[in-house]
Design a protein around this ligand. Structure first.
Ligand code: 5GP
Ligand code: MN
Ligand code: MN
Length: 314
């Protein structure tokens, strides 16, 4: 592994002709937005570019240009392509790209902003002070004089905004806002993007009413949990954003925990904090992320996973 400078990254991209882009499994707004914008930027530089994700791309991101060019792993197994570079965006560990890693032997590049990055790539461009990978991509395009089109601006604004809670979280810096401003100058429309991303159906709100009944407080109301059982997970699929924010906003709460029953003996966990290091908590269970937003998977039933987490937090 070597950490590379912005100039080394630029040179490597200039030299590569054929580039495969990928992001982490359970892709979020930052992953998808950064990838489709970088795809368009590289097409603009005359490159042959592909996108692969070892997961479904949530429907709510389909308003972004080029999301219909994203393929799954099976597609490239039947339609193999030669590449000069595998560029991994927004993923901090090799495992987070799923089965993509096994498909190509090209040099692996990684553009990321996670403090928990395991430095797995051959060439790493890590900016852990950046709120989003989309913030990095906007910065790169600006510094390299690569044009930011309206569709790129929209994708990058969404990438940045979704990773910093629409500019409310502590990772929001002056640079975050400056990069978002460049996206708006390019034609991104903040109101349209937030309405598209935050739109909820009546049936989802009905389900939210039930899910709110599961809210519990622990440790003098400083830790709050909210549960999605198997039934709720079957209805929601991967569209579970927002549930953790319901409890995060409680005034006494420092740590907000969303527990998702993925299977009877496996629980997905999202952690959000206003103070304590939840990257450390998630790392304890083999996960990671950022100091104030992290995630992990615990191979225990939901209630046992909850108790294990609360135990670690004290
Ligand atoms: P979320 O709760 O939204 O799924 O994830 C919050 C943050 O933690 C994101 O930055 C995400 O990339 C990271 N994260 C979530 N789950 C995992 C995991 O299982 N492993 C690692 N290394 N990071 C994770
Ligand atoms: Mn992400
Ligand atoms: Mn991110």
């Amino acid at each position: 592994m070597s950490k590379i400078t912005i100039n080394q990254l630029h040179m490597a991209l200039c030299e590569a002709n054929s580039i495969m882009l990928t992001v982490h499994v359970r892709p979020d707004g930052d992953a998808i937005g950064s990838m489709v914008a970088f795809y368009e930027a590289l097409i603009g530089q005359g490159k042959t570019v592909y996108m692969v994700v070892d997961d479904v791309v949530p429907e709510k991101y389909s308003f972004l240009r080029y999301t219909d060019h994203i393929h799954d792993v099976a597609y490239f197994e039947t339609n193999p392509v030669d590449i000069d570079m595998l560029m991994i965006l927004d993923a901090s560990t090799y495992e987070r790209i799923g089965k993509v890693g096994a498909l190509w032997s090209a040099p692996i590049f990684n553009i990321d902003h996670h403090i928990s990055n395991t430095e797995f790539a051959d060439h790493l461009y890590l900016k852990s002070e950046f709120a989003a990978t989309g913030e990095i991509v906007t910065d790169l395009c600006t510094k390299w004089n690569w044009p930011i089109t309206e569709s790129m601006g929209t994708a990058l604004y969404m990438a940045i905004a979704t990773d910093c809670g629409f500019f409310k979280f502590s990772n929001t810096t002056a640079n975050t806002l400056e990069m978002a401003a460049k996206c708006v100058a390019a034609g991104a429309r903040p109101n349209v993007i937030s309405e598209t991303i935050e739109a909820v159906s009546a049936s989802r709100l009905e389900l939210t009413k039930q899910v709110m009944q599961t809210i519990e407080f622990h440790k003098n109301n400083t830790v709050a949990t909210i549960d999605l059982n198997r039934e709720a997970m079957n209805i929601l699929g991967d569209d579970t954003d927002g549930f953790v924010d319901i409890i995060r906003n409680v005034d006494t709460v420092d740590v907000a925990i969303l527990l998702k029953a993925e299977a009877d003996d496996r629980t997905r966990v999202s952690l959000r904090s206003k103070g304590i290091d939840v990257n450390a908590v998630a790392s304890h269970f083999g996960g990671g992320g950022h100091i104030r937003a992290s995630g992990c998977t615990i191979n225990l039933p939901l209630e046992e996973a909850k108790q294990a987490l609360i135990e670690v937090i004290k």
